[in-house]
Design a protein around this ligand. Structure first.
Ligand code: SF4
Ligand code: SF4
Length: 320
């Protein structure tokens, strides 16, 4: 069993009903996205991730299950939430405290919170419900050459749900991008790849030791799957999250450039500069922020790394 896949509650315990009734867990839908593939896109975020990247800017996506988030700045200290919690998991003094060992993440407290200071992260949905949400934007897809992008977390962690979503998009002729870290059994990727128009494939490092140290997972399968996709002629755009002190050194960039150059047919690379806006998300989940010591790179450094990759004959853009 791959590391992380044993946590795939959403992919294993959900999805008993086939087709449009199959269920999964999403945690957000972003509309009018312009950096997640061509045209104007709707990005659907699925919960669960097999990696544990130190710089993760979606910590609420890591777990495959529901989570409770608390924004203290919005809290009125009204006690509405403490009154409804059947588990006595909430206490209020200087601020609200959540005893997460007692919390069942039922969401009752979030439902009564007048300011949405409390939020249940994750929503169970059927394929049909998700498609209704996606189709609200179809006019923008047609006019801009856009479509839907499935992201996460790692969407391949809910393989059956994802497959039904992809089939539903194909039936409606909706263009699909799949944003993936590539850490999944090849059999899963091979099964869904005919239903994907473009893979947005995250590449963090080609250095095995560094990758394992910073993401807690080896990159062996990730690189192997990427090579197989390229050899199969699948359209792939490589996305490199540029992390200060991790993969933005000249050596790391050159090693990645050399690796990508060796992938048949892969020419497009998107550099994703680091940003530190996720710090608050960790606090809202009562977790220490692991990125508080990282600072965004100056624009000039990002451009230098772009040129280093272009030296390998790659088409490099700077994303967001
Ligand atoms: S999610 Fe449910 S169990 Fe958890 S604190 Fe809120 S009301 Fe209590
Ligand atoms: S219900 Fe919301 S605003 Fe009121 S105390 Fe709870 S978290 Fe704060």
């Amino acid at each position: 069993m791959l590391k992380g896949w044993e946590l795939n509650k959403a992919g294993s315990s959900f999805g008993a009903a086939p087709g449009l009734q199959r269920r999964g867990i999403i945690f957000d839908i972003k509309r009018y996205a312009v950096h997640d593939g061509p045209g104007i896109r709707t990005t659907v975020f699925l919960k669960g991730c097999p990696l544990d990247c130190r710089w993760c800017h979606n910590p609420e996506a890591k777990s495959g299950g529901f989570e409770l988030s608390y924004k203290s700045a919005r809290c009125l200290k009204c006690s509405d939430c403490t009154a409804v919690c059947s588990q006595k998991a909430l206490s209020l003094n200087d601020r609200l405290h959540i005893d997460r060992s007692k919390c069942l993440v039922c969401g009752d407290c979030a439902a009564v919170c007048p300011t949405q200071a409390l939020e249940k992260i994750g929503r169970e949905t059927t394929v049909e419900e998700a498609m209704k949400d996606i189709e609200k934007d179809s006019i923008f897809f047609e006019e801009s050459g856009g479509g839907v992008t499935f992201s996460g977390g790692e969407p391949l962690m809910q393989p059956r749900f994802l497959e039904e979503l992809l089939r539903a998009c194909r039936r409606r002729d909706i263009h699909v991008c799949l944003d993936t870290c590539g850490q999944a059994p090849w059999a899963v990727i091979d099964r869904i790849r005919p239903l994907v128009d473009i893979f947005l494939y995250d590449l963090k490092s080609v250095n095995p030791d560094l990758h394992t140290k910073e993401t807690s997972v080896s990159n062996a399968l990730i690189l192997e799957n990427l090579r197989k996709l390229a050899e199969a002629g699948q359209p792939v755009i490589i996305r490199i999250p540029l992390i200060p002190g991790f993969n933005d050194t000249p050596e790391e960039i050159r090693d990645m450039g050399g690796f990508i150059k060796g992938l048949p047919g892969v020419k497009e690379v998107s550099l994703l500069p680091f940003h530190d806006i996720a710090g608050d998300k960790y606090l809202r989940l009562d977790r220490p922020s692991p990125i508080h010591d990282l600072n965004p790179q100056p624009d000039e450094e990002i451009k230098i790394n772009k040129r280093r990759l272009e030296d390998f004959g790659l088409n490099v853009t700077i994303g967001s």
